[in-house]
Design a protein around this ligand. Structure first.
Ligand SMILES: [Zn+2]
Length: 152
């Protein structure tokens, strides 16, 4: 594959996630539930990028992402590019943004939190630079690494 060129991509219909930070691709397919034998996923890990030095890419055959899935990816790979592929052409391209809040997207890491004890839907406010997620129930703050691991 040429640098920053997804024309030679291995899928004809589906989604390409480009410009992912190195180390995020495997976690992303796990978050999307695509780490299963039946999924048609191609990964490019630690590949050359003109704009980033190194990057990961994920090619997902036959799937478009929901808003919720895109927001989850935004928590660990804001600034990545989402391409929607139809008949081997890029039909839509957008930059994935960091969501302002993450309701139901991550688990609270405080074992005493009511969302953990009673299984309530979680609600988090997101702050950027540095990235923090604050539980709106117990006020526990989670850092970037904790968020990375806590995405459902
Ligand atoms: Zn909490």
């Amino acid at each position: 594959m040429k640098k920053d060129d997804i024309r030679l991509m291995p899928i004809s219909n589906g989604t390409v996630l480009d410009h992912l930070p190195v180390g995020s691709a495997l976690r992303i397919i796990e978050i999307l539930g695509l780490d299963k034998p039946k999924s048609a996923v191609t990964l490019a890990i630690n590949t050359e990028s003109k704009s980033m030095g190194k990057k990961d890419l994920v090619f997902i055959e036959g799937k478009e992402l929901s808003r919720e899935e895109t927001d989850k990816i935004g928590l660990i790979a804001a600034g990545a590019t989402l391409n929607v592929i139809k008949a081997s052409e890029v039909k839509k391209k957008e930059t994935i943004a960091m969501p302002d809040h993450a309701d139901g997207l991550i688990k609270c890491m405080n074992p005493k939190c009511i969302t953990v004890i009673e299984g309530l839907p979680t609600r988090f406010s997101i702050r950027k630079d540095p990235l923090r997620a604050k539980c709106r129930y117990c006020e526990k703050e989670m850092n970037e690494k904790e968020i990375f691991n806590a995405i459902k």
